[in-house]
Design a protein around this ligand. Structure first.
Ligand SMILES: [Zn+2]
Length: 465
């Protein structure tokens, strides 16, 4: 497949210029206004061309509970989430499609789905998400969410003696499921990757982290995890390890250049230095951190320490959307209220680089993705600069990041294959998806989570509330 994008606006170091971009065999073969048009010609008049962004952390099936979750902090919110989690494969499929579409239409060409597994149907859940992402054509990192401790173990004990039920599946059985998924589905050339993804220190044993690191080494897989999202987790790490979670994860060998860590809200300066020297990536999920009251991750500190940072929407139940441009906007400017030195504030051009190249770096694919360079894969997005929300003409990247862009994605390609055209996803029927989502859900108001009610008293006590 050969085509030439003509007259696309691209950012140069000091300005913008209109240029031609030649794509052959799924890669950028040339960028210059002097190129001959080869293959199909794509008219990009008044359109901005950017590398595709990475939605570097989400949980697709949370789509079913967006807008209804109680105003809870993470630990109680999780209890409610799991009490009402969909246990239906069809729903897994539909929400993966929905997550892919919303990511694409807000500038993302890659999604990391920290996928919640239906107990007893783990491989089927993974197969279903893989099928959905293949159908849409988005580049996907399916990261099955695993743990080997029960939910209550995620809350610190404080001075109380707490015992927890054992988790329903053994650590080895869980690792076996992941290895099976790798053998069946991991296929980077086709845009589907499996990542190892223990949910976090709050619910995982060292044996699970180590087993995941071994699988990562054996099959060269990315490693993903939540990290220090809440004050409770910071406290729990001290109880569990007698040191910080980051110190512990480094000690057991989980951190390296393939490791991306969602949230990272409560880290010490020493922790930050560890992330920098292990080349781990921080995935910034600002909307989720605000929604759950987790805090504001010290992203400007990470950037100054040389830690790679990317953006994620997080699951739609803690966001409650899947709009990557919104996460990028809030995740860029939220620090202006906590960090007084404006010279470190994130500029829109830096935000775009974090979302694209930062995202690619965190997934160990920066050699092939994340920027407009000859030789890189054609994961590209064209934005319509004649949209009312991007007018009048000023700095298009400034307006894309800081404005409130509405329906601005005109085209998107993944691996050189066009999957969004004239603002519409071309690979699946989105009207049909809307009907299915409507059909499989109902309007409702409040719900009562039994598990959250059981945990609440202890949570309030141990957190001093
Ligand atoms: Zn998450």
């Amino acid at each position: 497949m050969v085509f030439t994008i003509e007259n696309a606006l691209i950012a140069t170091p000091d300005d913008y210029s209109s240029t031609k971009v030649l794509i052959t065999d799924g890669r950028i073969a040339g960028i210059s206004s002097q190129l001959d048009t080869v293959g199909t010609s794509i008219n990009a008049d008044n359109k901005l061309l950017l590398p595709g962004f990475v939605n570097a952390h989400t949980h697709s099936s949370e789509m079913w509970q967006r807008g209804i979750m109680s105003m809870f902090p993470l630990e109680l919110w999780l209890a409610e989430l799991y009490d009402f989690a969909p246990l239906d494969i069809e729903k897994v499929y539909l929400s993966a499609l929905g997550t892919a579409v919303e990511t694409l239409l807000s500038g993302g060409t890659t999604v990391v789905d920290h996928l919640v597994l239906i107990p007893g149907k783990e491989l089927e859940t993974i197969a279903t998400a893989v099928r959905a992402y293949k159908e849409v054509g988005i580049r996907a990192f399916v990261a099955p969410l695993i743990q080997d401790e029960s939910l209550a173990a995620g809350i610190p004990s404080g001075d109380t003696k707490q015992t927890h039920e054992p988790y329903f599946r053994s650590t080895q059985a869980t690792l076996d499921i992941i290895e099976e998924a790798v053998k069946k589905f991991h296929c980077p050339e086709k845009g589907i990757n499996i990542a190892v993804a223990p949910t976090g220190i709050q619910l995982c044993s060292d044996a699970l982290f180590k087993g995941c690191a071994e699988l990562s080494d054996k099959y060269d897989l990315c490693r993903h995890s939540h990290l220090l999202e809440t004050k409770a987790q910071e406290k729990l790490a001290k109880e569990k390890y007698g040191c910080t979670a980051v110190e512990h994860l480094e000690r057991i060998g989980y951190l390296d250049y393939r490791t991306s860590l969602a949230h990272c809200v409560h880290l010490t300066d020493k922790d930050i230095a560890i992330l920098a020297h292990t080349k781990s990536t921080v995935v910034h999920n600002p909307l989720s951190n605000l929604r759950l009251g987790s805090g504001i991750a010290p992203i400007l500190k990470y950037r100054q320490a040389g830690v790679n940072v990317s953006f994620g929407c997080d699951g739609a139940s803690s966001n409650d959307s899947q709009d990557l441009l919104e996460a990028i906007k809030i995740g860029s400017i939220v620090h202006n209220v906590t960090d007084f030195d404006y010279q470190h504030w994130i500029t829109p051009h830096q935000s775009v680089k974090m979302a694209a190249l930062g995202g690619a770096t965190g997934l160990n694919m920066a050699d092939n993705n994340g920027s407009l360079d000859v030789g890189k894969k054609a994961d590209l997005v064209l934005y319509d600069l004649t949209s009312l929300s991007l007018l009048p003409r000023t700095d298009p990247i400034g307006l894309l990041v800081l404005g409130r862009p509405v329906n601005v994605v005109d085209s998107a390609w993944v691996n050189g294959k066009q999957i969004v055209k004239s603002g519409n996803v071309t690979t699946i029927d989105v009207q049909d998806l809307r009907q299915e989502l409507l059909k499989h859900s109902q309007w409702q108001k409040s719900r009562k989570s039994k598990t959250a009610a059981e945990l609440e008293k202890h949570y309030r006590f141990v957190m001093g509330l």
